[in-house]
Each structure stands twice: as structure tokens, then as C-alpha cells.
Design a protein. Structure first.
Length: 483
């Protein structure tokens, strides 16, 4: 098996640990330093701090079956609290630089698909139920077994696909790429900038940040990503103060009137574990939980594999250490998210920014989690980073993850085609789960066509069948009379 791409050189003989903390997190053993871990923790936080703004917007803008809305301030508090606690738990328990927070996509399902059918308490109870079921799958070893059954080349393809995906996220979040409205009657789904050209001060800030990030990375400057985020945010603050900027998007870079705000924990514990069964049919509830589990299950799978591969933490068989524990903690995060009414919390691919900055252990999570804890009180200060300043980090890390593509055997179509579909479908459908599903189904199909069914692990057959159900969920619901 070819050696995986290394973003940070790791010496053959690791230096001895300098302290008990070093030994616990294996910082020196993994070729890292406290400085790298701290920089990585900051970088991860700043690239995912947008969730403190976005999650309250998505959940707070929706109404449940009875016309009730969640309080945005309480949502922001719940989002920060769950992210802080579960990120630290993952760092200590899983020893991976893998941060967790409310999952995008999952929160949209809760807001726009589940809440209209029941109360918010019932909807969040389904999230808790989903998380508990994932914990059971993890505790029994089934979730870990599925990950080990994936061919190494597909794992590398997942990493590359995620790299393309997060680079696309960076371009879209910054406004460098925008969707062309359907009313335009064009055949091109996306375009450069908002009008086909790059214009406006926010775009200038993004381009400046991207060039700065790339330049610092090329010169191998320590702290390149974090330096770029901080410097670009400073530029954005100046630009916003002296220029007439119509909009920055979600976050406007302005110095707040107050530095400290009191957290409101009013939503904690507002969930009903089985209340949904009284508001919707059993079939509807089962299908909703199935959709949540499948999306959370494989989004996490792709994220864990991608981050571990980029951090050079896979073993010789391409396996993740402490995987069972990592997956169980991820399931527990879903439970915590539902219990706090912050929607399902899951592993964040933006953790790749911290890995790109040098993070290799769970110590980086202590930094990221600590910053989320501070955000409970300092949200006005910590959310001044505009997307245009954070997005260049995502694009740069996308490049770093893309380098794994050279280890895939492109002359062997039975693996090359599934690898290609995995990489292409992720950014094109804006979903890690869809990309993994396309890769799994095509891999099993091609092996069957070639008469090589015995080479396919039985768990790959089962998961591919589940993905077929996932992709055909709409006609299945119509046949069952759910819609």
C-alpha cells in the first residue's frame, strides 16, 4: 500500500515527551508541538465560528407545527455550549484534532422537514433518539466495522472529495462563486461573483486573504492559516470602517459596542424523546430517524477518515486509532445537541484547517473547545471574523487534502470510477453523504459486473443497499403513503 501524503514531516524516532500532558496526548510522538496544537486549535475555531451565527438563523427562522419559534439568543448559547463541551470531550477521549458543533444540513432537516410536523420539543427528541441509536451502533462495533470494510482507495477518494467540497464551501461562503437564479434561464448553474465578475470590497478582502494564505503556505511559514485569518480580519475591519460596503453576508466586521454578553441557557433540556410518535405516523417518524442516522453516520465517516488521513494518523492498514471511541463520542454529540435544542452536533470537516496548521492531537481541541466556551460570553468579539476572512483557509486546506489523489490507481476502472464519483458528487451535490453513497453503490455494482463479488465485504453490500434506499427515499415515501 502506498504511503499516505504527509502534510507535516514526522520523524522516524519521535523525541521523548516533555510532560505528562505531552505523553497523554502523544504530542511529541506524533511529531507535533504545543505551538502547532495551539495554532491549529485557533485556526479550527475561526473557520467554524460561523456556526454561532448560522445555526440560530436556520433554526430560529423556522416555525414548528404550532407556529412556535426558538429564541435566537438562546440558540446561540446552546450552539456554543454543545460545541465547547463535545469538542473537548473528543479531544480528551478520542485524541483527534476533530471539533464538533451543530451539523449544517442536519439543522436544515430539523427546521424545514421535521419541525413543521410536530413541536420543537418533539423534533429535538428525535435528534436525541437518533444520537442514542448511533451510540448503540458504535458500542456494538458495527459502525467501526463498516469503516474498516471500505477499500483504501475509496478512503483516499473520500479525503480528496472532502477537499474539493470544503474548497467549494470556501468559494461560495466568500461570494467568489454564486448560484445563478433559475429565472435567468441560463445553462450555467454557478458563476464568478454575484454578476459574473468579481466586484466589491468584501471580494477584495477574500482575494487578498487567499493570496496571503497561499503565499505563506508556499514559504512554509508557521501559523500561515491563522496569520492569514487574523490579518485579513484586520483588513476587513479597516475596509468596513472607511468604505461604503452594502453587505458582508452573515458577519459584518465591526468592533462591537460591548465585549461581554450574558449567556441564556433557556433551551437546555427542552425535548420530548417519544413525543414525535404522537404527532406523526410511526412510518413517518421511522423514515425521519433513518434519514438523520444515515446522513450523520456517513458524514462523520467521511470527516474522520479525511481528517485522519490528512493528519497522517491512519495506520498501515488505513485504519483510524481509537475509532470506536471516536464514533461513540460523535454519537453522544448528537444526543447533546438534541438535548440542548441546538440540533444534532457532529464532526466538522473545518477541523482540516487546524490540521493544515499542524494540529495532530486532541490537545488542539482543548483550545477550540475553550474558545467556544469563551464564545458563551464573548460572542460579540469572536464573531467579527467575516466569512471572507475565514474562507481562504478552507480553500487552502482543500488543496492540501487534494494531494491524496495521486495514490489512487486510475488505470484500474473498478476503483477509479467509484473514486471519481465519490470526489465529484460531494461538491456537486454539496453533501459528503451523497458522495460516499455514489462511491459505494458504483463500487459494488462494478465489482458485480466484473464477476468479483467475493472481493466485496458483506458490510459494503449492506451499506450500498441502504444508500439505494436513501437515494430513492422520495418514491419510497410516496409508495408508503407518507407524502
Amino acid at each position: 500500500m502506498p504511503e499516505l501524503q504527509k502534510t507535516v514531516d514526522r520523524p522516524e524516532d519521535a523525541p521523548p515527551a516533555v510532560s505528562s500532558v505531552d505523553r497523554f496526548f502523544k504530542i511529541s510522538e506524533r511529531g507535533s508541538t504545543f505551538g502547532r496544537e495551539i495554532r491549529g486549535g485557533f485556526a479550527t475555531f475561526f473557520t467554524m465560528a460561523y456556526i454561532l451565527v448560522l445555526n440560530p438563523i436556520i433554526l430560529g427562522s423556522a416555525t414548528d407545527k404550532f407556529g412556535h419559534q426558538l429564541n435566537p439568543v438562546q440558540l446561540a448559547t446552546a450552539t456554543a455550549l454543545v460545541a465547547a463541551v463535545m469538542t473537548i470531550v473528543m479531544g480528551v477521549g478520542g485524541n483527534l484534532p476533530l471539533a464538533l458543533a451543530a451539523g449544517l444540513g442536519l439543522n436544515a432537516v430539523v427546521a424545514y422537514q421535521i419541525a413543521p410536523l410536530m413541536s420543537w420539543d418533539d423534533a429535538m427528541g428525535l435528534i436525541v433518539l437518533e444520537g442514542l441509536l448511533i451510540c448503540v451502533l458504535s458500542a456494538t462495533g458495527l459502525r467501526e466495522a463498516v469503516m474498516h470494510a471500505i477499500p483504501q482507495a475509496l478512503k483516499q477518494a473520500i479525503s480528496v472529495g472532502i477537499g474539493l467540497f470544503i474548497a467549494f464551501i470556501g468559494f461560495v461562503d466568500a461570494g467568489f462563486v454564486t448560484r445563478i437564479p433559475d429565472a435567468a434561464n441560463t445553462t450555467v448553474p454557478v458563476q464568478l461573483g454575484g454578476t459574473g465578475t468579481l466586484s466589491g470590497w468584501p471580494m477584495f478582502v477574500f482575494c487578498l486573504g487567499l493570496l496571503l494564505t497561499v503565499g505563506l503556505l508556499a514559504r512554509k511559514v508557521k501559523g500561515a492559516i491563522l496569520i492569514s485569518i487574523v490579518a485579513t480580519t484586520a483588513v476587513a475591519l479597516v475596509v468596513n470602517a472607511i468604505a461604503d460596503v452594502e453587505t458582508w453576508g452573515l458577519t459584518t466586521p465591526t468592533w462591537p459596542n460591548q465585549l461581554v454578553d450574558t449567556p441564556d441557557f433557556g433551551l437546555l433540556g427542552d425535548f420530548s424523546l417519544f413525543g414525535a410518535f404522537g404527532e406523526a405516523t410511526v412510518i413517518t417518524v421511522v423514515l425521519l430517524v433513518f434519514t438523520l442516522i444515515l446522513s450523520d453516520f456517513f458524514d462523520t465517516m467521511g470527516t474522520v477518515v479525511g481528517i485522519s488521513a490528512e493528519a497522517n494518523l491512519l495506520d498501515e492498514q488505513g485504519k483510524v486509532g481509537n475509532l470506536g471511541r471516536v464514533l461513540f463520542i460523535d454519537g453522544a454529540a448528537a444526543v447533546a445537541g438534541g438535548a440542548a435544542s441546538a440540533s444534532s452536533a457532529t464532526s466538522y470537516i473545518e477541523s482540516a484547517a487546524g490540521v493544515g496548521e499542524g494540529a495532530r492531537t486532541g490537545f488542539a481541541n482543548l483550545v477550540t473547545g475553550g474558545l467556544f466556551a469563551l464564545a458563551l460570553f464573548l460572542t460579540p468579539v469572536l464573531t467579527i471574523v467575516p466569512l471572507q476572512a475565514a474562507a481562504p483557509a478552507l480553500v487552502a486546506v482543500g488543496f492540501l487534502m487534494m494531494t491524496q489523489v495521486k495514490y489512487i490507481d486510475w488505470d484500474k476502472y473498478e476503483i477509479a470510477v467509484p473514486a471519481f464519483l465519490t470526489m465529484a458528487v460531494m461538491p456537486f451535490t454539496y453533501s459528503i453523504t451523497n458522495g460516499i453513497g455514489a462511491g459505494f453503490v458504483s463500487y459494488v455494482l462494478i465489482k458485480a459486473v466484473l464477476g468479483k463479488t467475493k472481493e466485496v465485504h458483506w458490510l459494503m453490500w449492506i451499506t450500498s443497499t441502504l444508500f439505494l434506499v436513501y437515494f430513492a427515499i422520495d418514491p419510497i415515501e410516496q409508495m408508503l403513503g407518507v407524502k
